[in-house]
Structure formats: structure tokens, C-alpha cells
Design a protein around this ligand. Sequence first.
Ligand SMILES: [Zn+2]
Length: 274
Amino acid sequence: MTAAIPPGSPRPTIGGPATERAVCVLAPNPSAMTLDGTNTWLLSEPGSEIAVVVDPGPLDEGHLRDVIATAQASGKRIGLTLLTHGHPDHAEGAARFAELTGTRVRALDPALRLGDEGLTAGEGITVGGLELRVVATPGHTADSLCFEIPADAAVLTGDTVLGRGTTVVAHPDGRLGDYLDSLRVLQALAVEGGVETILPGHGPVLTDARGAVEFYLAHRANRLAQVETAVEEGHTTPQAVVSHVYADVDRTLWPAAELSVRAQLDYLREHGLI
Ligand SMILES: [Zn+2]
């Protein structure tokens, strides 16, 4: 939501190999909200013939076929499809992708699944020797998940942490208290769990996971204080708070900012701060 850049050294280009086990295939859906487009992640253990796809992206036949071709070019077939959350820029193409690849789709939200397997927090997933761990990170949406790749000291963050700017707490489904808790979970993964690299759902890879998450925590605290002050100064409607607090943000993003403001107002009310 801002032009601010999290710390670390973002890779200058998006798409292609990011870690030993993760390759990004960029979807052709750039916008103010999706940045350069959705990052579809192709994951596999070195030497394995099976790959896992996280977030097939929008329903764009060319992109879905690109993802399959990228796997095939390195001698791999796709064995499983996972979703970080249900927003259409991540999940809309999942059913078609599953059809093209003959894979199941696993997600937290039962409505997004194809096949009978869901995902639960803390669960380990092993496919072709690749080990992933499911991390529940509600807040951007109620169904948001991250996937840790312990062998790469990396975590796929969907829309919970982006490669540029900050994300939206998509009120009313997304809740700020949950989001702050989720950022602290990611902070612990970086500080105590050894995770160094963030593979986001949009924007470039971040190489300082701890710095990026702490930047997000500081940004949220800052915005929350600004919203609290704006309300105290008499800007009581969500729209008035947006035009006061998000004056530095491109106006095309104000409708999204309003969702975050509504989430922040709920949080402040629940904590008796306004
Ligand atoms: Zn999203």
C-alpha cells in the first residue's frame, strides 16, 4: 500500500529460479494491487521428477500452460497443487490447472479444494522428497497460509508479506489482530526457525526475512497510531480516515486502503482505544 521498500536486497528481476527448490513463473496480470503480477511457485526436491505448484494464479490458459511447460523443461511433472488463499489472482485458475495436470488442489478453505484432503496448521507435506510445512497466517484473509521450505530456509508468504510495499487486511474476512499475530509467527520463524528468504505472492524475492517482517510490524503499528489520531481529531468515517491517513498512497488504492482502515477501526474499538 506504500512505495516503501522492505529491508534486504530484493532480486532485481521476478520470475525464474529463486532458491534451490523454488522457481517463480510470473502470471501476466500486473496491476496496482497485484504489482508485477501473481507469482506462481513451482517447487521440487533437486533430482526429483515431481513438482508442487503453489498458487496457479488467474484463469489464464497461457499462464497455466507456461507453468506446466516450465516443469516439463526440467523433466518434472506436477504432483500436487496448493493454495495460499482464495483470492482470484491466486486461486481462480486452480480448477483448470488441476484438470490440465490431473492433480488435487489442497487449501485451507474446503470450498477451494479438489479432492478430499485439506491443509492444517503445522502439518508437514512431503512430495517427491520435497518437505513443506503449513503455517497458518490468517489476517490478509481468514484462510491465508504460508508454506515453509525448511531445506531452503525459505517461506512462501502468499499475500501475507509482499515483495514490495505492504499488503491489505481485507476486512471483514481479514482481521488486524489475526494479521499482527501472523506477522509475529513469521518473525519467530525468521528469528528462531532460521528462515532467511521470503518468496512472496507478488513482487520480488526478499533476502532478509526478519527485516521484512519487522518492517511490516512497524508499518502496521505506525498506521494504527495514525488511524487512532485521525479518529481523535474527528475523522470518524472510514472514508475520512483514508483520505487523512493514506494521503501519501495512490488514490487508485484507496478502496483497498479502506478495507485496511475498517480492519484497523475494528481493532481499535475491540481494544477500547477509540
Ligand atoms: Zn490476496
